[in-house]
Design a protein around this ligand. Structure first.
Ligand code: AMP
Ligand code: TRP
Length: 337
């Protein structure tokens, strides 16, 4: 197979390790919705990735349904996209093992996310956390996915996926796995922490004030933006004027992504505005976009059986794509089945 012979297919995933943030929405979910319809799309709740750090079992089930509810509420449609949770398709773990035997320890040692997460505690974290990028490669390559929409923080993992595909293809003298492209576009591929513009907004930061959760109410959203760190300067009239002002840049980028425009257009509209004008406008916009999604998530979460049905159905469809690819992989490797 040459690369052009792979059917375009999109795969991406989010870990059910706490509530969804504005970073997940703008950097991932909103962009997933944008790709739906144009080609085959598969969106996974990657529960096996979540347990690389401790998850309370009850909370894990709840968080898995909640990410699924977020997908659905934001506009992913199970008749257009395959929506499922990873652990329901055992082929992920099976291909993950094979890739553990392809990936090199030296490659894993270069993964910045592992270094950040393990920190000075590297001896005590799970082996799964270290092997995580090779499971992610399996998620993607199990479906021969050609495009993976992710936030900026996942770029290195998609590049590793390509390295694993290339080494597998080389070692087994085949061209079985595609060279997957990361898709990292739009103004909000790295939404920053509201209290510290040098850190990513994440589900697990220390203070709730540093992030917007998709299910925060209007008042809380307004309060968080009001208290967001900025500098005393008003907004400049060009994007260049935001150099060295990461917190200001972040709020402009968030505004742009929420209103489906560019950061340049936002600067043109708000040139010279002070924070007293910009922050309330941003809060109103965020509430306007997030409230309907949050309300729909609440409605969906009232009917967990329906969410489970959608995930089980998606898993069945995912399995029909995964199984022949896994079987062929076993054959290539020489494993008898
Ligand atoms: P995670 O919550 O780590 O499973 O991330 C799921 C998806 O959301 C990935 O594509 C991430 O790159 C994306 N994402 C998470 N946090 C952010 C953020 N602060 N800015 C942009 N994208 C993000
Ligand atoms: N590692 C991703 C994250 O932390 C989640 C993920 C797992 C993923 N498997 C994937 C993303 C496959 C895209 C494709 O955000």
């Amino acid at each position: 197979m040459t690369q052009s012979q792979f059917t375009p297919r999109v795969f991406s995933g989010i870990k059910p390790s706490g509530g969804l943030t504005l970073g997940n929405y703008l950097g991932a979910i909103k962009r997933f919705v944008g790709m739906q319809g144009a080609m085959e799309t598969m969106y996974c709740v990657v529960d096996l990735h979540a347990i690389t750090v401790w998850q309370d079992p009850k909370e894990l089930s709840h968080a898995t349904r909640e990410v699924a509810a977020g997908y659905l509420a934001a506009g992913l449609d199970p008749s257009q996209s395959i929506l499922f949770n990873q652990s329901r398709v055992s082929a992920h773990a099976e291909l993950g093992w094979i890739f553990n035997c392809v990936a090199r320890v030296g490659w894993m040692n270069r993964m910045t996310q592992f270094k950040d997460k393990a920190g000075s505690n590297a001896e005590k974290v799970s082996l799964g956390l270290y092997a995580y990028p090779s499971l992610m490669a399996a998620d993607i390559l199990l479906y021969h996915a050609t495009q993976v929409p992710v936030g900026e923080d996942q770029k290195q993992h998609v590049e590793l996926t390509r390295d694993i595909a290339a080494k597998f293809n080389h070692d087994y003298k085949t061209d079985f796995f595609p060279m997957t492209e990361p898709v990292i576009d739009g103004p909000a591929t790295r939404v920053m922490n509201l209290r510290d513009g040098s850190k990513k907004m994440s589900k697990s930061g220390e203070s709730d004030m540093e992030r917007i959760n998709m299910r925060d109410g209007a008042e809380l959203i307004a309060k968080k933006f009001k208290k967001a760190k900025t500098d005393p300067e008003p907004l400049p009239d060009t994007l260049d004027g935001l150099k060295g002002r990461p917190e200001a840049r972040n709020l402009v980028d968030i505004y742009a992504a929420l209103s489906d425009t560019t950061s340049e257009a936002v600067i043109t509209e708000y040139a010279g505005a002070g924070w007293g004008r910009f922050k309330p406008a941003l809060a109103d916009l965020a509430v306007d976009r997030l409230a309907p999604i949050s309300d729909e998530m609440t409605r969906l979460m009232d009917d967990p059986a329906e969410i489970d049905r959608i995930l089980a159905d998606g898993a069945e469809r995912a399995r029909t794509i995964a199984e022949p690819i896994l079987s062929r992989t076993y054959e290539i490797v020489g494993l008898l089945r």
